[in-house]
Design a protein around this ligand. Sequence first.
Ligand code: ADP
Length: 487
Amino acid sequence: MPEAISSASGGKCLIGGRWVPPASGRTLPVICPSDGRVFAEIASGGAADIEAAVAAAREAFEKGAWGRLAAFERGRLLLRLSAAILEHAEELAALESRDTGKPLRQGRADIRACARYFEYYGGAADKLHGDTIPFLQGYTAASFWEPHGVTAHIIPWNYPAQIFGRSIGAALAAGNACVLKPAEDACLSVLRIGELALEIGLPEGALNIVPGLGEEAGAALAGHPGIDFLSFTGSPETGTAIQTAAARNHIGCTLELGGKSPQLLFADADLEAALPVVVNAIVQNAGQTCSAGSRVLIEKGIYEEVTGRLAARFRELVAGPHDRDLDLGPLINRSQLERVQHYLALAREGGVSVLAEGRLAEDLPPGGYYVAPVLLGPVPPDHPLAREEVFGPVLACLPFADEAEALALANATPYGLVAGVWTRDGARQLRLAHGIRAGQVFLNGYGAGGGIELPFGGVGRSGHGREKGFAGLYEFVRLKTIVWNHG
Ligand code: ADP
């Protein structure tokens, strides 16, 4: 029998400040990716629950205590939630790690980041200044930022707590009331943080959470005519459905849809600094990171040296259960494992060499979704491994002859999320930073998902809109211009 994860939120939805069973009474099993076993259950929400959650959010925004708070009071509540998350950090990290399969230290980092989002946006809540506008004689004109109203949030399973923090933190700071549909594959940390939100006194209806399947609860939320804005992180395919739903209701949306992010290594790069970062950018979260550095473009003169050194490191990497805290954990589920295996088969069929493989830990629990990290190269630029998102610990190496070819390769995928450029040549750093099609470019560094303060988002198939930083806050407000005719 699956244990309920806690008496409050186990198998329930958070609607209007109360934990309630879904209208259907149905639940979904929660599977630990490390052993494939069911260890908890969540609500399987549907259209009726979304209806109730949107109504509760509307009530909170228009008539409830939430809508009446001053900006600084909202900020204080978010700071309190941040503190509560830190007080429960160890418990939340263990939950996140078991639910997603990620190594415990990654779970800890994720919970700290989640707390930091609430801290960041809590501090920003009363700092959204408007503008005064020089206009005609006898008039005073000003523009004000106001919240959208009811915001909908659909988030994925790879970083539940972090993505919850960046999306909900910004939306609440701006004064919206939120309805969240977390991912069916992993959302226990989010539910637990929902409990903490009630404990610290977040007014009822400000945050509503309806767990459930994407095609049921997710589709019902995305298409609901009562929402004013939609924030989505997930796959490009679902992103298309989300944007279509938003278009039908004439509302805005942000889409963060993943990438095929490159790191460019020039012959003058500091390899001592670069190589550990290159490895970490694909190993972190077993490569299941939107901004994973899944391609490394290497100047020909150092190709052998770099691939040799990367291969040596890859051979040392070990994948195993989340609680053994190894280099990487299992993948989230069977279909994700099959997806990665499919890409590895494509590499074999295309004659792409495996330069090195990591290994699986001894005594793995049967039923887990493990894959050893793989280094491939040289990958032909038109091969799917060079262009498509694998979402697993698979790093593609591609050689380049000169800066022009490096730039062309960097921009040769439909995605554009993050890039890293490693060179000591300052002019080249800037040429590439401006030339690369991506939402973030790191020079002599790389942040796989890093940077609470740094605006983050994509172009092309990586989506549009920005999260994190102040830019993320501005997505959750809209500008109203007020004009006085005072003669
Ligand atoms: P992945 O393939 O990585 O699971 P998805 O884009 O399918 O990525 O999932 C991201 C989030 O979108 C999850 O919360 C999922 O339940 C939700 N989702 C999936 N399909 C739909 C849909 N048709 N409408 C709304 N949400 C969906």
